[in-house]
Ligand binder design. Sequence first.
Ligand code: PLP
Length: 459
Amino acid sequence: MHHKTTIEPFRIKVVEQIRLTTEAERRQYLKQAQYNPFLLHSDEVIIDLLTDSGTSAMSANQWSAIMRGDESYAGAKSWLRMESVIKDLTGYPYILPTHQGRAAEHLLYSRIGGPGKVFISNTHFDTTRANIEFSGATAVDIPIEAGKHPEVYHPFKGNLDTEALEQLIEKHGAENVGAVILTVTNNSGGGQPVSMANAAAISEICRQHRILFILDACRIAENAYFIHQREEGYKEKNYRDIAKEMFSLADGCIMSAKKDGLVNMGGFLALKDLDLALKCRTVLIITEGYSTYGGLSGRDMEAIATGLEEVFEADYLNYRIKSTAYMGEKLREIGVPLIWPPGGHAIYVDAKAFYPHIPVEEFPGQALVCELYLKAGIRCCEIGSVMFGRYDEDGKLIPAAMELVRLAIPRRVYTQSHVDYVVETFRELEQERDRAHGYRITYEPPFLRHFTARFEPVL
Ligand SMILES: *Cc1c(COP(=O)(O)O)cnc(C)c1O
């Protein structure tokens, strides 16, 4: 029998209570948070779609591995286990543990960055860009054209534009390119996948020019699922082997285990080259911890080792990608404008199209984020002019390219009925569109203002 419903492939053994608030309470909480959901307390939230990072539910196997955590300072059993799982998965011989992804970025980019260097990516994640720019180097994004258009279908919308790559190498000189960084899946746009063919083409270009090729592999299991589904020649391969093939094309990787590691904290840097690994290890020992634990405790390393095995299980990945698509398809059916097709870990709503009567100067994305919270206690993140807007010399807003709202989906945390509740909320908001209003900023810090900015309604 063919089942239409993709069920969650797990039973729930431990539950975490959600406090069901009323709309009147939420109105009060949002006012106290000055209309910025980052300032809400988590127990004021019913469904938290702020991020998929570090929010996974761990399995019974991970929790039992935690009890085997070896907390020895050097050479702990838990380290040897994590190292061996990562070596086997990536094929890279040198593994450097860190407390999360950005720490691994710091180890690498502080050593190979610096003024005059250029880094090229399909899209640099914000902490990647920050680490590169902090070293004095420049970060350039070259996604393919389809990746810039929300409504255009492309099976691998996360791909890097290889023609633009060759032009940039010629322009800057291969010796000035610090690395090419391929982010899989491409985080911007909700985790759009990258094809194996694209990774292979980049690998070949980097090899010819002797340029370092690094994978930002936070969501490589989700990416493997898309390759299996959409790329010719991969139907017979399992997800783990697909990921291994992609690792084999690069010289190293950075991974935040808070994503496809299925843990709440952790990360690593893995490299092929001994000299580079030794250079990075010096920074590791200065800033993170000794080289057999980085910033991690033994129990964290056990949970990562088990998580990296579980994330490639076929039933898990099938459920993961299908449940993200389910939310996207249901929202699209009722006419909510989205980035299409859905990626692996989030759905992006086009708030400018949803609230066409709210001018960008009054932040339609922030308006939608606030309405979702007021109506149903759903917390999510604006990715538009609040996050990326700048000001010109006269203090006039230079808006972001798009006004998006991201619904990021924690792994193994919510069920289909939670998703149905989100869809229902959108149906109600659609009917009350005209009542929604914009916001103005009353306080903002000079950097990363979306985290701490304060707002008031424009009525
Ligand atoms: C989350 C993330 C990082 C940074 O990892 P942290 O664990 O948050 O420090 C880097 N790259 C990508 C693509 C990410 O999604």
